[in-house]
Design a protein around this ligand. Structure first.
Ligand code: XMP
Length: 512
């Protein structure tokens, strides 16, 4: 694999994804990883990422400089270049002119394998405050901007570095540069493919589980469904999937998910209608975090009951399947400090702690787009693979104020209209999330000659890369018009529709 040492750049995950897009496996380790840990990944090359600090900062993230002596090919990016310069006897200084955003770079040594086939003038993305001043012994300049070093190399030691970010979309020819590193410098083989992943993962699960029995909580979304299908391929009906109606699912979702997973994919599925149980616990509750806690705890309790029942029928359950993805794994081992809790995003499928189940996490090494690729390769239906993210606590965090069965029904209808119209306009897959929110605000309207006094519904549509930041989407007026007129005309109980034009930050995607 290619090991990426993370010095805290916002682009580190992007480096990993760009490398994997070339069908080469890559892993991200915190820069503080021990040499043994790096070597246990059997690296054929090491990438040193960018980072927000200066090498001279007292709290600068630090890697063991011995990584530079492992004899593996090295690519330094941004801070990575400064790290190499600083530790191999060169000099870094705070730049007189900081460079952020677009920049023009001239390649001064086009003969190095890293730059093979690239034009000599590159449009790149820069983001740095420090720069290399003196190069370390044995290094030469390979690229420059009008006022600073943009690339250095020591071919004898197989160390290469650039000051710009080849992983960022705005750097033209960035992918070619990374390909050059992978295939010219590291001699990588492009063998990280969906087929390879599926085959080796299924074999590994089969071996691990032996003749044991596994259970899995399904949400109907991409991650848990793909995880379940992989495990099902390995152990067949010794995997029992549990799908819980928590009373705040979307319109017909309980039946649609059963149809998709049971009939189309042949999973062994237990569907539990626990909506009454959830809704009675939620009655009278208005605080968002309390809603989340109730739903999280209730879910664990329902799931626990089912698991015990299944264990009695099957003679014991040993394994729990979870759809944990790679970004969660990186996040929990990252060098960044703890951040403030804005919302507790506990997902469906939290481990019931008393059950002492062992975990199977077949997607632990994958990014979301890779999960979709794997699902597609296993011929899973597109409406599962392309489903927009839906929060674990479901419509509960989209009904502001108290949750009542009447309000749930109103929002289910409104949400269904939004999704149907967005799909009909061909926009569903281009939008990260698009949905309706029910506000506890009543206003006066008029229908026919009748006065109405009913709820307000807000429409929200956002673009996002990862849910961390988001921009509101300027939906076409005619789509908004159809959504608004259908909601007000078809749903008794809602007489006003408003459009949310807040980005994140300062807003959040969900209203609660
Ligand atoms: P926010 O509202 O925090 O949402 O901007 C970011 C992303 O997370 C989803 N979300 C949740 N997912 N449990 C979940 O599983 C939750 O409690 C939860 N709250 C928000 C939200 O839909 C968006 O994709």
């Amino acid at each position: 694999s290619i090991v990426i040492l993370d010095f805290g750049s916002q682009y580190t995950q992007l480096i990993a994804r760009r490398i994997r897009e070339q069908n080469v496996f890559s892993v991200v380790l915190p820069c503080t990883a021990k040499l043994e840990e790096i070597q246990s990944c059997k690296p054929i090359g090491i990438v040193l990422s960018g980072g927000p600090c200066s090498v001279y900062d007292a709290d600068a993230p630090n890697a063991d400089p011995a990584v530079l002596n492992l004899g593996k090919p090295i690519l330094g990016i941004c801070y990575g270049l400064q790290f190499i310069t600083h530790h191999l006897g060169g000099k870094v200084r705070s730049a007189e002119k900081r460079e952020y955003g677009h920049a023009e770079v001239s390649i001064v040594d086009p003969a190095i394998p890293l730059f093979a086939g690239l034009p000599v003038n590159l449009h790149v993305w820069m983001s740095h405050g420090d720069e290399a001043l003196d190069l370390p012994p044995g290094f030469h300049l390979t690229a420059r901007t009008s006022n600073a070093v943009a690339g250095i190399a020591n071919p004898d030691r197989n160390i290469w570095a650039v000051q710009f970010h080849p992983e960022v979309h705005h750097t033209r020819h960035g992918t070619e540069l990374l390909r050059n590193f992978l295939f010219n410098v590291c001699k990588a083989k492009p063998d990280w493919t969906p087929e390879h992943f599926i085959k080796s993962t299924v074999a590994a699960i089969r071996e691990k589980v032996g003749d044991g029995h596994a259970i899995c909580a399904l949400s109907g979304g991409v991650d848990s469904s793909v995880a379940a299908v992989l495990v099902h391929r390995a152990i067949g009906d010794r995997l029992t999937c549990v799908f819980v109606d928590n009373g705040v699912l979307r319109k017909n979702e309980f039946f649609k998910v059963q149809e998709n997973l049971c009939e189309k994919l042949g999973l062994n599925l237990v569907a539990v209608d626990a909506s009454g149980r959830f809704l009675s616990r939620l009655a009278g509750v208005t605080d968002p975090e309390t809603k989340r806690k109730i739903i999280g705890n209730e879910f664990i309790s329902v799931f626990d009951d089912e698991a015990h029942r299944i264990a009695q029928q099957t003679g014991g359950v040993d394994w729990l399947v979870q759809g944990t993805l790679y970004p969660d794994v990186i996040e929990s081992s990252s060098v960044k400090g703890p951040s403030q809790t804005i919302k507790s995003h506990h997902n469906v499928g939290g481990l019931p702690e008393t059950m002492k189940l062992k975990l199977i996490e077949p997607l632990r090494d994958l990014f979301k787009d890779e999960v979709r690729r794997i699902g597609r390769d296993m011929k899973m239906p597109e409406d599962i693979l392309q489903r927009q993210p839906f929060p674990g606590p479901g419509l509960a965090v989209r009904i502001l104020g108290e949750i009542t069965p009447e309000r749930v029904a109103l929002l289910q209808e409104a949400d269904d209209i939004v999704v149907t119209e967005i799909k009909a306009a061909g926009l569903y897959q281009q939008i990260w999330q698009s949905f309706a929110v029910l506000l506890p605000v009543k206003s006066v309207g008029v229908m026919g000659d009748q006065r109405t006094y009913a709820y307000t519904c807000a429409i929200r549509a956002v673009h996002s890369e990862d849910g961390m930041t988001a921009d509101w989407v300027p939906l076409p007026y005619d789509v908004l018009k159809r959504i608004s007129s259908r909601i007000v005309n078809e749903i008794r109980g809602i007489n006003r529709v408003v459009y949310d034009i807040t980005s994140k930050p300062p807003g959040t995607i969900e209203w609660e």
